[in-house]
Ligand binder design. Structure first.
Ligand SMILES: NC(=O)c1ccc[n+]([C@@H]2O[C@H](COP(=O)([O-])OP(=O)(O)OC[C@H]3O[C@@H](n4cnc5c(N)ncnc54)[C@H](O)[C@@H]3O)[C@@H](O)[C@H]2O)c1
Ligand SMILES: O=C(O)CC[C@@H](O)C(=O)O
Length: 524
């Protein structure tokens, strides 16, 4: 039974995909709820209040997936989650419209002094001359970060007769043209906008993007908005520029520390504020809760999630195409690890044909997960596989080749270490399934599943018969047997499959036979 904890007052109606499921027990509460054993939680759903730090992850050893019901993941230590193989998913577009609308409402309210006027009327005053505002029509809106929210805001601003200048280093000219905005440099936005609004994530690059120096490049009388993340506009610099009259006013939905407490900006009349309400609509909360709940259900169904922060995202169509190769790569990783039971310093995956057209980095991670499965005792999956390889000094390489060795596709693994090289090649044949077609340079053909025995031997008369006899004498039935050799009388290999794993005793008996070089058991 999977244990799921939905914290931070996630909208319960949106948790439908996790309710009444025979394999899921859903807890609604917080990480500090006395009646919830967080050690047993497999999936954690949060908004922004719960800080998913490495200390919290230490307390949650069963955790496999964190779902953020919203966009920003700055409350989650992604690097720590990744190291531990924990998938982080978010709901990237469920609150886009709500946040764009909130930003627009804040901009209109700021330009018309609505909150200030409202509070005076409530106090019984009627000061019409004190609240002369500015029209939005004809003004230049500067948008920094034209992603989902920035784009929706741009559409609304244009509908109000504003001209829109945008700074976003990742935006193409074509997209800017489609949205009817002017792609500009950062300096142009600073110098020409009447109102500037930020819609970027909070990153090393965007922290303090608007600071003492850059604010001094803005027009005198500029208005500023931050409905993205506290810290993109330096709060102390903003307070200074409002106090000295350069900035006419600001609308803030977010703060560096929330709640902001006794903050200098809150003392300024021309600053209007909301308590991080951008995504707080019934619609957005239902959307984001439903999106992450669906992702958790998909994850428990062992299918790839669509909006992972630390794994490549995949559509259903791509997943269906990649799934057989994903399985093959993982099995091949295990086969290489078991057949070549030695220290490895380099692993290279080479893809050809239809396999090379897929998201090969995902296949390489699956291959590593398979490779490490029986080598280390921490859980390795596609999330942390690269990190674990790096930690263990294994160089991981990826290549694409035009040579498919006569197949429609191949995956070849080359493992190197201590002067030894071991290779394995597999293919996926439509309507037939996965096959291993080469092992350590020997041409062979077997289905990678079940209980396998990899026997290296000399190509001498009677060897195969002796192996069969020993197994037969002990009542062991051979399900399949494949042999491969490079030249008559030289080194050869056998791959046998059994209905049940072979006992260690049986393996010792086979190892003692003449002309047997080495035996490795592989359970797939
Ligand atoms: N107030 C709220 O309640 C609320 C709700 C939702 C989202 N948000 C926040 O709004 C922000 C934007 O969300 P979104 O969904 O539009 O994200 P998004 O990823 O769709 O857009 C972000 C944009 O910022 C651009 N960008 C990144 N670095 C930049 C830089 N250095 N300079 C200029 N542009 C840069 C990116 O190219 C991208 O186009 C996020 O920080 C998110 O957390 C806040
Ligand atoms: O959960 C919230 O209400 C805030 C969400 C918002 O900041 C986000 O990044 O999606």
């Amino acid at each position: 039974m999977f244990q799921v904890l939905a914290a931070d007052s996630i909208k319960e109606e949106g948790l439908q995909p996790l309710l009444e499921q025979p394999d899921i027990q859903l807890h609604i509460g917080s990480i500090d709820s006395e009646n919830i054993d967080i050690q047993k939680i497999d999936a954690l759903l949060v908004r922004s209040a719960t800080k998913v730090t490495s200390e919290l992850l230490d307390r949650m050893p069963s955790l496999k997936i964190v779902g953020r019901a919203g966009v920003g993941v700055d409350n989650i230590d992604i690097a720590e989650a990744t190291k531990r193989g924990i998938i982080v998913v978010n709901a990237p577009d469920g609150n886009t419209i709500s946040t764009a609308e909130h930003t627009f409402a804040m901009m209109a309210a700021l330009m018309r002094n609505i909150p200030q006027a409202h509070s005076t009327v409530k106090k019984g005053e009627w000061k019409r001359n004190q609240f002369i505002g500015n029209e939005l029509y004809g003004k230049t809106l500067g948008i920094i970060g034209l992603g989902r929210i920035g784009s929706e805001l741009a559409k609304r601003a244009r509908a109000f007769g504003m001209s829109v200048k945008v700074y976003d280093p990742f935006l193409t000219k074509e997209r800017a043209e489609i949205l009817g905005v002017q792609l500009s440099t950062f300096d142009e936005v600073l110098a020409e906008a009447d109102i500037i609004t930020v819609h970027t994530p909070l990153t090393k690059e965007t922290k303090g993007l608007l600071n003492e120096r850059t604010l001094s490049q803005t027009k005198k009388g500029v208005y500023l908005l931050n409905c993205a993340r506290g810290g993109i506009i330096d709060e102390m610099a903003l307070a200074h520029f409002i106090e000295n009259g350069h900035v006419a006013g600001a609308a803030l939905d977010v703060f560096e520390v929330e709640p902001p407490g006794d903050h200098p900006l809150l003392k300024l009349d021309s600053v209007i504020v909301t308590p991080h309400l951008g995504a707080s609509t019934k619609e957005a909360q239902l959307n984001v809760a439903t999106q992450v709940a669906r992702e958790i259900r998909t994850f428990f169904d062992d299918k790839p999630v669509a909006n992972s922060i630390n794994l490549p995202a995949m559509s259903k169509e791509i997943y269906e195409k990649i799934q057989p190769f994903h399985q093959l790569a993982k099995e091949m990783g295990k086969i290489v690890s078991e057949c070549h039971n030695k220290g490895i310093s380099e692993l290279t995956a080479t893809y050809s044909g239809t396999a090379a057209e897929l998201e090969t980095s995902f296949l390489t991670k699956a291959l590593l997960a398979g490779f490490f499965e029986n080598r280390i005792d921490i859980k390795v999956n596609e999330v942390n596989a690269i990190h674990i390889a790096k930690e263990r000094g294994i160089i991981v390489g990826e290549k694409v080749t035009g040579n498919s060795y006569g197949y429609a596709n191949t995956i070849t693994i080359t493992a190197r270490g201590d002067g030894d090289v071991f290779t394995a090649r597999g293919t996926f044949i439509e309507h037939y399934g996965p096959r291993i077609v080469n092992l350590d340079g020997f041409t062979i053909d077997f289905h990678p599943s079940g209980n396998l025995l990899y026997i290296q031997h000399m190509d001498r008369p009677g060897v195969i018969g002796h192996v069969g006899k020993v197994l037969g004498d002990h009542g062991v039935n051979i399900a399949t047997m494949q042999v491969g050799r490079k030249e008559a009388g030289g080194e050869a290999i056998m791959v046998l499959s059994f209905d049940k794993p072979l006992s260690d005793d049986m393996i010792v008996k086979l190892e003692s036979l003449q002309d047997i070089v080495a035996i490795n058991s592989i359970v797939l």
